[in-house]
Design a protein around this ligand. Sequence first.
Ligand code: G3P
Length: 227
Amino acid sequence: MKIYLDTGNVQEIEEAAKLGILDGVTTNPTLIAKEGRDFKTVVKDIVKIMKKYCKNDFTVSAEVTDTSSSEKIIKRARELAKIDSHIMVKIPLIPVGIEAVSVLSKEKIKTNVTLCFSSNQALLAAKAGATVVSPFVGRVDDEGFDGIELISDIKTIFDNYNFKTEILAASIRSARDARDCSLVGCDIATIPYGVFSKMFYNPLTNIGLVKFEHDWDDYQKKLKNCN
Ligand code: G3P
């Protein structure tokens, strides 16, 4: 499973990217607003960090904000794509968004169709030629439905018709969500930094490491006393 970081914070991205296991970054208007900095500057800073640490291919998702017409979406998408070849343009899953994706996919502009909450919606995004579609697991769960089941259903549909569109699970709220996405074969999960950090943590790992270090120190002391 590819792992993306779901943030606009360059410090978080650097901390994760230097581990050598990050495959991309997703932003959205809320995450960019949190940074309080110029949108394009944030996106360019993110691309710069990813180029420094991620030798293999990566994408950085940047979202369009004027969705009043497909023409406006297309125009903005072309502008965002020009920032860097790694940019993937985030477009909401609404009719004018799908119309725009149908055009942009023919221009080989990478698209991330976002705000997906049903397998029907995901099917439409794939038919339009979306590069990835982003089902929001946490927000589906918030409404009392099953976000992981949605990922699994979309995977079945995409496998049935051999769609090339990848599934990018978003709105990941826990390390368990990340695990469950990988269990159902999701292509990508975009994970907030706090949740990403929790994926490393297990008390038994720390307890075991302390014991190894303690026993090694004891062993070294005994060897020194023998010589
Ligand atoms: O990129 C979409 C994601 O950031 C939404 O997450 O937790 O606001 O539902 P959340």
